[in-house]
Design a protein. Structure first.
Length: 568
């Protein structure tokens, strides 16, 4: 068995076989102590009654129970959980207002229980994995800026106003109309003050039980950040804490929901249990980032920044998803913080969410490959490769550059609403680049065919997230670009795809260069034209995607989750 396989198998065994038991307390039964707690925000698509239409929509999802081995927790760690879940629920409430408006009014107006559950999954009446198509009569199209800007605002109006008031473009403000109709920013900690204060209160209550000083400090600073909209210090504190078993990612974080500009951060939360033994095994990948940055197939000026090496990479079980991250397709890996200053000083932390990753591999990727991958390559579909590709995708976010070459702006600021799709596309191809490079350098031994075929099958999985998702668009772009370069071919008779390993390397290098140049040049117009040309689903691809739906293969997962469920 080769080294990377050993490494990952060892890890997987550890995950599913023998959780590390250090720190567990003998007499305390965490699961039992939580078993009477109410579970909010739990979805079970199989339990639902309703119309055929509604149940048809629900069949895009399959339910998965979020659990972990709570016996590894100390009594104090266990006592933090109810507070962390409660804080997460406040993000749930905020996200509803950011993306739609009045949750209870919408859900109360839907009589069909299946449709009501579908609206809960989507946090509104638009189908997130079908390009935000409205699924309730009469609601109209989803506003590009969701509910974070006035729906009657034009881009011209916003840009004119933002020129003299930069708070309008802040990550942490809602844009509303003043009494005199002019555009006004309101800070999240003001407009959502009640929820932010309650979340802060819960984080402080949890911090009382935090025995690990780094975690205690992070929770205290994060509580402060929620009520001041100043997140940087808490981001630094989050990067500084290393030895915590429990983690919570909470606050307004990702900007995908703002389809208008990609400026506004949407509220979300993950409650996580870390597998402590991973840090040691995987930290060495972070130390290789500078070498990998140097080897990028682009001219020197496009790789002039030095990636931070203080980054770390860990595996977690997620035990609670709330808000933005729970809407539509579910995240299986996180790379944070997004603050470029923190990234340059501290690097980033990459969180591999192993329980949801395994769910997607088993319930979605393997069934997809049975339909769309050619017979004699199907043996290369492997969880190790899926895990590896996802892991290196996250590491690859740390490569490339954060600022445009002329220094006038961050890449994110320059590429606006296209920034997320391009960044995701970058991480995908650079993830594959890293695997191939590390094999070449003798750093890992893996069968690149597994990574490539699994990569190919993953493209179909992610295209199904639809054009409203940055990941969906990134994968459409890659499908069309790779197809043009002959990185894979389709057998007309069987309707299956096979990877061409050599051409895939060429396509990977070419797309890498294209994306890094767009980013370095801050070439908004170039990216717009590129996205228009490539981020689409052609008729033959659509036919193949329809075959997946006809086979009843779910597009994504929803969670049965909550305190009462987590220990079972
Ligand atoms: Zn990513």
């Amino acid at each position: 068995m080769n080294r990377i396989t050993l490494l990952i198998c060892g890890a997987v065994l550890l995950l599913f076989g023998c959780q590390n038991g250090t720190g567990s307390s003998d007499s305390f039964d965490c699961a039992a102590s939580l078993s009477n707690e109410e579970s909010m925000n739990s979805i079970d698509v199989t339990m639902t009654e309703g119309s055929d239409y509604g149940r048809g929509l629900l069949s895009k999802y399959t339910s998965f129970t979020l659990t972990t081995d709570l016996s590894v927790l100390t009594e104090n760690e266990c006592k933090m959980l109810p507070h962390l879940f409660a804080a997460a629920d406040e993000m749930e409430a905020i996200f509803w207002m950011q993306t739609y408006g009045d949750r209870d009014e919408l859900l109360g107006s839907i009589e069909d229980p299946a449709l009501r559950e579908f609206a809960q999954i989507n946090y509104g009446p638009w189908d997130r994995i079908d390009g935000n198509a409205p699924f309730i009569d009469g609601v109209g199209d989803k506003p590009a800026g969701a509910n974070m800007y006035p729906s009657d605002m034009s881009k011209e109006e916003f840009e004119a106003a933002a020129a003299s008031n930069s708070d309008l473009a802040s990550l942490y403000t809602m844009v509303v109309r003043d009494a005199d109709e002019s555009l006004t920013p309101i800070a999240y900690h003001d407009v959502f003050s009640e929820h932010m204060e309650r979340a802060a209160h819960e984080l402080r209550a949890a911090s009382v039980f935090a025995d690990e000083p780094g975690l205690k400090r992070y929770l205290e600073l994060r509580a402060e950040a929620l009520t001041s909209s100043d997140y940087q210090e808490s981001d630094f504190a989050w990067m500084d804490m290393k030895d915590n078993r429990i983690d919570i990612v909470i606050g307004p974080i990702e900007t995908y929901e703002d389809g208008l500009y990609g400026y506004k951060a949407a509220a979300e939360a993950f409650v996580l249990i870390k597998d402590l033994s991973w840090s040691d095994r995987l930290s060495r990948y972070a130390s290789l980032l500078p070498m990998l940055q140097e080897g990028l197939p682009v001219p020197p000026e496009y790789k002039q920044e030095t990636p931070g090496t203080d980054s770390d990479l860990n595996a977690y079980d997620v035990i609670y998803y709330a808000g933005d991250t729970n809407a539509g397709s579910k995240t299986i890996a996180i790379n944070l913080p997004n603050d470029e200053e923190v990234q340059l000083q501290k690097g980033t932390r990459r969180l591999q969410l192993k329980n949801s990753m395994q769910a997607k591999f088993d319930k979605i990727l393997v069934p997809i490959s049975k339909v769309l991958i050619v017979d004699d390559q199907r043996e290369y579909i492997s969880f190790n490769a899926f895990f590896g590709n996802t892991m290196f995708h996250e590491v690859a976010h740390g490569l490339g550059i954060k600022n445009t070459l002329d220094g006038s702006s961050t890449v994110r600021g320059a590429l606006k609403e296209h920034a997320s799709a391009l960044e995701e596309g970058k991480a995908d191809v650079l993830g594959l680049y890293m695997v191939s490079k590390l094999i070449e350098e003798g750093e890992i031994e893996a069968d690149i065919r597994e990574n490539m075929v699994t990569f190919l099958a993953s493209i179909f999985r992610s295209i199904r997230f639809g054009a409203s998702s940055a990941h969906g668009r990134a994968n459409m772009i890659r499908f069309n670009y790779f197809s043009e370069m002959g990185a894979f071919t389709r057998d007309e008779e069987t309707g299956t795809y096979s990877a061409d390993y050599d051409k895939m390397i060429d396509a990977m290098n070419a797309l890498t260069e294209k994306i890094l140049r767009f980013q370095g040049d801050g070439d908004y117009d170039g990216v717009s034209a590129f996205v228009d040309e490539y981020a689409r689903v052609g008729s033959r691809l659509q036919m193949d995607l329809d075959r997946l739906s006809d086979e009843g293969i779910p597009v994504d997962i929803v969670f049965k989750q909550g305190l009462a469920i987590v220990g079972n």
